[in-house]
Design a protein around this ligand. Structure first.
Ligand code: SF4
Ligand code: SF4
Ligand code: FES
Length: 788
């Protein structure tokens, strides 16, 4: 801590801060364009000028760019000197010579840093009457819109995209006064973080194309601090709604302890899934809209149940909702579980219990060695962005994976040899060997030795695993390795869903098995499903249970398969439409606020508590036990104490062994796309970028099957078969076929399920498309999904 003086005002600074940053933090409205707190200074725009105050006789004041001057104790500057003011004003005038006069129709209007700066430095009249420079715009896909003429050449976009997010399909092109910022070719960005260009650009060159389509001036939005429900990172977002619909999602707070400055595209654009045309908006009974309030319909349906009720909550929902459902179930003497399978319950509870010392995004960024197990980008994108900062700092990052991943692509460019692709059934052996090497045991594999050495030598090593791809034994091994490293070592398990911790903490022991057993034994004839999709699992068990029910009541914010099959369908409020609390992978309890109300009535935890509960104080009691002081919306939240995050009923020692598989047999690996999610799957813009179903396969395995890219591959798992076009990729492990979740469901396959493969000319299609396709392709053999 030190002190500098600006216009004789004392300004305190932290070590490492520059003068501009210290001034901003002290509330001095210093102009800047090229500087960004997360990206640093480029020193190119020349607007952050101040004058130095001479310290010795004969010394003259100097003009300095404050973003490039490290703050040092006792320095003195003049921000308001005539010279400094003249430079600031001249710089803005220079940028405005070419800037179009399109503020009234610019989507950035009201949020524009250039607009604010123009006013603040006092540039009011245009003197230049020459021709303006014009530049071509580029089509950048469905998420980001470009208006190149508004550029002030601050290079923030390139510094974010290339230097911070390590992307390489976008850059500066041209020279002198004609620099264009564009992709190498038209089309969508190849980065899960592209929407941040909208946030970093200080003017309206990059604007949010989804918000643009649902246009509203920023000051007309109803805004509130909220939490992203896209994954277990729980990023802080600001949501803006208008006229009962979601219009915009952006990062909330540059000081956030979770995600300062940035969010991923799944969070920014996927949240719009709740605006899908198919969203349940009204009460419907047996598929027909009924004119009644959702809560009345729920009460009537519960009366019909005559006490034989079970409640299925959700791993996608917040703590408040799951607590409310648990309390309601308790009063009704009904079983409650937020999990759709005992396996999901065991894995989630194990992963949550292991996460008691999880690193924050900032801890990850400052680590000096990171070991990632699984395709992190596709499961917890902002943790990936944190790992990229470690790569950028030239510290060791190692990744063990089975399928293509954005992080692997980025790492391959800068730290060759640091990734290892292994079939999922081999991961446990690999982790066991790393554990051996960390404990100085002998191992032969050089990569494993390197990983162990890097972790052992690091002062702040971080291990990150992806729960959805691991079994409980793998998590236990990662925990053991972490405990053997430096005292500052930390481990994070990216959890399968945004509400994984909420679910783990609200579920009783074996809650899912108990719920299923009671349906099986006819004790439950009415099931209430809230924010969950058990009938989408292709799990025959849930379909059999469904047949045993008299009544299926679904309350949801998106139209799922289960919602389709419901007897009563009721609209649920999405997170931006209600207050709530949620716990992220770190165990951080955060509160979110309602930004806007929909025009049609919805159900939320609070209205269910008011309508259905006799003694709602149970929930208050549970919350007080969890955290004596509860967080406020928009603050840093509260880290729940370690002991309270331990889900006692499933100790880490409980191991699930991977399925036995012959060493030469191909197997399944899960291939996820970074933009998918429970809500995001319904957001049209981001969903339009989702790759089609394919079978990604390693070149060696492809060669053994005589397969070329695009050839049809028949994949046989047990008595199920499927045909998908082959995509040959060196990022797929040998003896592995990477499939998306939907195809794994069709095959009724798990990760590492053994497969038989053959090249085919047959085409498997959905039943309803069979005749149509036959007419088109005539001679090809057409087999329906599931036909053996
Ligand atoms: S496009 Fe925006 S961020 Fe990029 S250089 Fe121009 S003004 Fe700066
Ligand atoms: S990392 Fe997860 S929580 Fe954060 S913005 Fe992306 S989807 Fe949302
Ligand atoms: S902000 Fe200092 S030179 Fe651009």
């Amino acid at each position: 801590m030190g002190t500098i003086y600006i216009d004789d005002k004392a300004v305190e600074f932290e070590p490492g801060q520059n003068v501009l940053d210290a001034a901003r933090k002290a509330g001095i409205d210093t102009p800047y364009f090229c500087y960004h707190p997360a990206l640093g200074a480029a020193g190119s725009c020349r607007i952050c000028a101040m004058e130095t105050v001479p310290q010795k006789e004969g010394e003259k004041p100097r003009t300095v760019m404050t973003c490039s001057i490290p703050a040092q104790d006792g320095q003195q500057f003049r921000f308001k000197s005539p010279k400094a003011k003249q430079i600031q004003k001249a710089v803005v005038e220079f940028y405005m010579t070419n800037h179009p006069n399109d503020c009234p129709v610019c989507d950035e209007g009201g949020d524009c840093h250039l607009q604010d700066t123009t006013i603040s430095v006092g540039h009011a009249y245009r003197r230049y009457d020459g021709q303006k420079r014009t530049m071509p715009d580029q089509f950048l896909g469905p998420l980001v819109y470009q208006t190149m003429n508004r550029c002030v050449t601050c290079y923030r976009c390139v510094r974010f995209y290339q230097d911070y997010a390590l992307g390489d399909d976008f850059g500066a092109m041209g020279s002198s006064n004609h620099v264009l910022f564009r992709r190498t070719e038209d089309g969508a960005f190849d980065s899960p973080f592209s929407g941040n260009l909208v946030s970093v650009c200080p003017t309206g060159v990059f604007t949010d194309k989804v918000y643009r389509r649902k246009y509203s001036r920023t000051w007309m939005l109803e805004k509130a601090p909220s939490i992203c429900s896209g994954c277990s990172v729980g990023c802080n977002i600001e949501v803006g709604g208008r006229e009962g619909t979601l219009r915009r999602v952006q990062p909330n707070n540059e000081e956030s302890k979770v995600n300062p400055y940035f969010i991923c595209d799944r969070g920014r654009y996927g949240s719009h899934g709740t605006e899908s045309h198919s969203r349940p908006k009204y009460v419907s009974e047996q598929g027909k809209v009924v004119k009644t309030s959702p809560l009345d319909a729920l009460k009537i349906a519960l009366v019909r149940a005559e006490g034989h009720v079970g409640i299925l909550g959700s791993v996608e929902e917040d703590l408040t909702t799951n607590l409310a459902l648990k309390a309601i179930a308790k009063e009704m003497n009904a079983p409650f579980s937020p999990f759709i399978s005992p396996q999901q319950e065991a894995l989630t509870k194990t992963a949550v219990a292991a996460n008691h010392n999880a690193p924050s995004i900032s801890d990850i960024e400052q680590s000096d060695a990171v070991f990632v197990v699984g395709e992190l980008t596709e499961h917890a994108p902002m943790l990936d962005l944190a790992v990229r900062q470690v790569i950028k700092a030239k510290k060791d990052v190692y990744v063990l994976h089975a399928t293509p991943s954005h992080l692997v692509t980025a790492l391959n460019k800068l730290q060759r040899g640091h990734v290892k692709a292994l079939a999922p059934s081999q991961w446990q052996d690999c982790l066991t060997q790393i554990n051996t090497a960390v404990h100085d045991g002998a191992v032969e594999d050089l990569w494993i030795k390197d990983v162990a050495n890097a972790l052992k030598q690091a002062e702040k090593p971080v291990i990150i695993g992806v729960a959805e791809l691991l079994n409980t034994a793998d998590i236990s091994l990662l925990n053991t390795i972490t405990e053997s490293l430096a005292p500052a070592a930390k481990m994070a398990i990216a959890l399968p869903s945004a509400g994984s911790v909420n679910a783990a903490l609200t579920a009783q022991e074996n809650s899912c098995a108990e719920l299923m057993t009671q349906i099986e034994s006819d004790k439950i004839k009415t099931l209430v499903v809230v924010g969950s999709d058990p009938l989408n699992t292709n799990n025959p068990h849930w379909h059999a249970l469904h047949d045993k029910l008299d009544q299926l009541i679904v309350i949801d914010k998106v139209l799922t398969k289960t919602a389709h099959l419901s007897d009563t369908l009721l609209p649920l409020a999405a997170w931006p439409e209600r207050d709530g609390m949620t716990i992220n992978y770190e165990g951080r309890l955060q509160r979110f606020s309602k930004a806007f109300a929909r025009k049609t009535a919805t159900i939320d935890a609070h209205s269910m508590i008011e309508t259905l509960m006799k003694s709602p104080e149970t929930i208050e009691q549970w919350l007080t036990e969890l955290a004596p002081t509860l967080p406020q919306a928009g603050d840093d939240g509260i880290i729940i104490e370690k002991d309270k995050l331990k889900c006692t009923e499933l100790p880490l020692e409980q191991k699930t062994n991977p399925p036995a598989i012959q060493s030469t047999q191909p197997q399944v690996a899960l291939s996820k796309w970074f933009g998918e999610g429970y809500v995001a799957d319904h957001a049209p813009e981001i969903r339009s970028l989702k790759p089609g179903s394919s079978a990604s396969i390693n070149p060696k395995l492809a060669a053994s099957l005589n397969l070329s890219n695009g050839d049809q591959l028949m994949i046989i798992c047990g008595d199920q078969k499927l045909v998908r076009p082959a995509v040959i990729s060196s990022q797929v492990a040998d003896l592995t076929v990477a499939l998306n979740q939907a195809d794994m469901r069709l095959l009724q396959a798990d990760i590492a399920s053994p497969l038989c493969l053959e090249r085919t000319s047959e085409l498997f299609i959905d039943a309803d498309k069979k005749e149509e396709i036959k007419n088109i392709i005539g001679s090809a053999s057409v087999i329906m999904m599931g036909e053996a």
